[in-house]
Design a protein around this ligand. Structure first.
Ligand code: GDP
Ligand code: MG
Length: 814
């Protein structure tokens, strides 16, 4: 019977994992090993993937993958349990790698995804790194420091990994980090409520033989479930001190730091090196390899030979890469092949499977002696919520409702604080306008800084609300469910359920979203997800939509908004399909993703997250947007012309084109000033640039000032609005930018924007050149400037075409 044959509620015992390579290894690391009970919980709304529970946690598999796992009913299994679990602990020599007695301790946080490493890191180092209740939130290593009892701790937060093998980019990263940086102490963070799976990584770290402390995090969940763990006893068995912590509140951190110092100073009574003994066939192979390694004195001592031997038997590509330049590599390969052959012949399974099940056997044995399961309270509520959220009928409507609520709150609730900031900005500029003496400095302050930065800062509340939503979805665990219910649809686009998370994050900002694609194991799915991410409308584009919708579509702005977001999504979907068809070959990566229990985000964490976003936004204001506004202002101010510099023929030409209304309502002197202003702008540096580009945009009737704002928007999309603010100055400085875009120009009588132009403009802004930071992120994450170039050219070309089409359609409608 295959795992996929189980009906909801049925339980089976695993007898064999079929399939090959990466999938097999990954599912075994996740706990799908021989003898393990698995219960089928439910199908995703579209019947695929399927949610299972094992070892007290939940995981989803695609139906096709579940087909590769052989099971038997529980009763049948119990009849012939042949292999008894055995643990044998053998003491080796302690590792002396941290005897350097200075007072600086380098620490690396290593653990499964979503175990609270970043929360711990934030507490220890006072940082505000991003946490979230799903796998793969942290990408790359983050470093921080703290002083404690006269020691300086250098703490590094690493991405989450299930094991130390070269399966996903993150695992590779962690493994290389541990090899190259050789931290003094590894703090292995494990989830107290899900020990069995978490300790698998611990067992690999034990093989590595490094100084280590285990942080038993989320101890609150263990307490709540009334389970009992004799963690001190467990620490003695593992040879690694265990300290319970609650990273979200800081409980237990002092004890953890004390223990780290103890281990570092070699004073910890619990620290000793153990060998997790495996079956004789495996141990034979390991021993022969270790002996051979020990004879080679050129071999780097950074990894323990036992670890290398085990990984060699597992055919870990990274370890093979590491060793292949040694002259003895051929000999080692021969030893390995012989050992593997023996293992397969005698045990009927390959080394990978045997090693994984031996390790789980060791863990089970250790837990059997120290752990007593209580009632499972958080699991129950998770099950209840999941019956609705991943339900066939309600799953999608609930998701759409959440999305709609997110945008509605962002724009409706956000509009109140926005008005307050808006009136403050106009109050400020009218005060300055009144009390400051005229001159270039006043112009700079009013038109450049307040016109530019002030125009953008009003959107701070909207952006904070949006981030609060995204952060809640991440922290609660809902995001992982979204990936679960979306997998089938994403599969149709040639992508993966996990690709959906970066897309939702893209509503906040495309840069971290692009980085978060590292949770996707398949390289081609990851590249596609990166390339389509810029089409997801980020929060920096919100100011533009709010501005133009407010000015031109006051009554059905929400529809235009939604339409733009939907257009972005459609373009993303079609692009993904196209890329899959013409550029990347199809691939079938397994959908293995942990579904963590729901957790109620703490107010502290949410506020910290919002505060760090607000800070980032304000820094962006004070940085790139301020600088861009000043540059744009300077480019429009120089070379500077006075009223007397305006040539006679320009004056006459402009007057001839002027509408009656202007001629009637202004005196001769005022007219001269208006015309001088126009002359200044048109002949300034930016005027020349804008007029140079403008012909390209002529089919959409974008004015040259509008073109300038698009050029400037390449730096950051908010700059589009600030540039419009600087270039379309009104005569009354307190006047709102939205009104200025709407009123006919005094010199030509034509308003710079009409509803149709506004639509074409928003479509263009949605799709064209993503900001420089996104392009850099694309290049960095794909490792090739070619993809960056593709993004720039493809997106801009597509933007032009769709903008043109939407302009022509809008002209018919309005
Ligand atoms: P990482 O992926 O290992 O970096 O984990 P994060 O630090 O991002 O945390 C994952 C989730 O667990 C977040 O939602 C945290 O708020 C939550 N969390 C962290 N520590 C604790 C804890 O001690 N108890 C509980 N109940 N939740 C925690
Ligand atoms: Mg993290």
């Amino acid at each position: 019977m295959r795992l996929s044959d189980l009906k909801p509620g049925e339980t089976g015992v695993i007898t064999k994992i079929l399939g090959h390579g990466a999938f097999r290894k990954r599912v075994m690391e996740m706990g799908f090993v021989k003898g393990r009970e698995v219960t089928m919980i439910l199908n995703a709304p579209l019947q695929d993937p399927v949610k299972y529970s094992l070892m007290g946690y939940e995981v989803s598999l695609r139906r096709a993958e579940a087909q590769l796992i052989e099971t038997v009913p529980v009763e049948e299994w119990e009849k012939h349990i042949e292999d008894k679990l055995h643990i044998d602990i053998e003491t080796g020599e302690p590792d002396g790698s941290s005897v350097s007695k200075d007072k600086i301790i380098n620490i690396a946080l290593v653990g499964n995804p979503n175990c609270g490493k970043t929360s711990l890191f934030n507490i220890v180092s006072g940082a505000h790194e991003h946490v979230g209740n799903y796998a793969g939130v942290t990408v790359g290593a983050k470093a921080g420091t703290m002083k404690y009892k006269g020691y300086l701790f250098n703490v590094v937060d690493l991405p989450g990994t299930y094991s130390l093998s070269a399966y996903s980019p993150e695992e590779l990263y962690v493994m290389r980090y541990l090899r190259e940086e050789t931290p003094d102490i590894i703090v292995n963070v494990v989830v107290a409520s899900n020990l069995e799976r978490n300790l698998y990584l611990t067992s690999e770290l034990i093989d590595m033989n490094r100084s280590m402390v285990i942080a038993l995090n989320m101890y609150d969940e263990l307490e709540k479930s009334k389970s009992v763990l004799e963690y001190e006893q467990l620490g003695k068995m593992l040879g690694v001190p265990v300290v319970p912590t609650k990273a979200y509140s800081g409980w237990g951190i002092d004890k953890l730091l004390d223990t780290i110092i103890e281990v570092y100073e070699l004073k910890s009574p619990d620290t000793r090196h153990i060998h997790i003994k495996m079956r004789p066939e495996v141990e034979d192979g390991v021993r022969t390899l270790v002996d051979s390694f020990k004879q080679d004195h050129t071999l780097s001592p950074k990894f323990s030979p036992r670890y290398l031997a085990i990984k060699m038997l597992e055919k870990d590509p990274e370890v093979e890469r590491m060793l292949k330049d040694y002259s003895n590599y051929k000999i080692w390969c021969d030893i390995r092949d012989k050992a593997n052959k023996k293992i397969e012949e005698r045990l009927g399974d390959d080394a990978n499977a045997i090693i994984a099940s031996e390790k789980y056997g060791f863990i089970q044995g250790a837990l059997a002696e120290t752990f007593q399961n209580g009632e499972e309270s958080s699991e129950k509520s998770t099950k209840i919520i999941d019956t609705f959220v991943t339900n066939k009928l309600f799953g999608f409507p609930i998701f759409l409702l959440v999305m709609w609520l997110m945008f509605w709150t962002t724009f409706q609730i956000g509009s109140y604080p926005m008005e307050w900031i808006e009136s403050f900005v106009s109050w400020l500029s009218s005060e300055i306008g009144e009390y400051m003496a005229d001159g270039p400095f006043k112009d700079l302050l009013l038109d450049g800084i307040i016109g530019g930065v002030g125009g953008v800062i009003v959107f701070l509340p909207n952006i904070l609300i949006l981030y609060a939503f995204i952060s809640f979805m991440e922290d609660s665990g809902y995001m992982a469910r979204v990936a679960f219910i979306m997998d089938k649809l994403m599969h149709k686009m040639g992508l993966h359920g996990k690709s959906f998370i970066p897309l939702v994050m893209g509503f906040g900002c495309n840069v971290p979203a692009i980085m978060s694609t590292r949770i996707i194991e398949s390289q081609s799915s990851r590249l596609i997800t990166i390339l389509i991410n810029p089409f997801i409308s980020c929060s920096a584009r919100i100011p533009i939509y709010v501005l133009l919708c407010g000015a031109f579509f006051p009554h059905y702005g929400a529809w235009v908004f939604t339409g733009l977001y939907v257009l972005g999504i459609i373009v993303a979907v079609l692009t993904a399909k196209m890329l899959r068809k013409f550029w990347f070959k199809a691939d079938e990566t397994p959908f293995v993703m942990e579904l963590p229990p729901y957790r109620i985000p703490t107010a502290k964490a949410t506020i910290r997250n919002m505060w760090s976003k607000a800070k980032q936004y304000l820094q962006k204001m004070g940085g790139i947007i301020l600088v861009a506004s000043v540059i744009i202002w300077a480019l429009s101010y120089f070379p500077h012309y006075g009223i007397d510099d305006v040539p006679q023929n320009f004056y006459e030409k402009t007057v001839a084109e002027m509408p009656e209304s202007t001629l009637d309502s202004y005196s001769q002197d005022e007219l001269a000033e208006i015309i001088a202003n126009e002359y200044q702008q048109e002949n300034s540096i930016i005027g020349n640039i804008g007029k140079f580009v403008q012909p390209v945009m002529e089919p959409m009737d974008f004015g040259w000032k509008t073109c300038c704002s698009l050029l400037a928007g390449c730096a950051a999309k908010e700059v589009v609005v600030s540039t419009l603010g600087v270039l379309y100055v009104g005569d009354d400085d307190a006047e709102l930018l939205a009104d200025r875009l709407n009123t006919p120009s005094k010199t030509t009588g034509i308003p710079p924007f009409t509803p149709a132009i506004a639509i074409a403009f928003m479509v263009f802004v949605l799709l064209y050149f993503p900001c420089i930071a996104s392009v850099v992120a694309v290049v960095k994450e794909t490792g090739s400037w070619k993809y960056g170039l593709f993004t720039i050219l493809y997106n801009t070309l597509l933007a032009w075409i769709l903008s043109f089409i939407s302009y022509r359609i809008s002209l018919l409608v309005f």
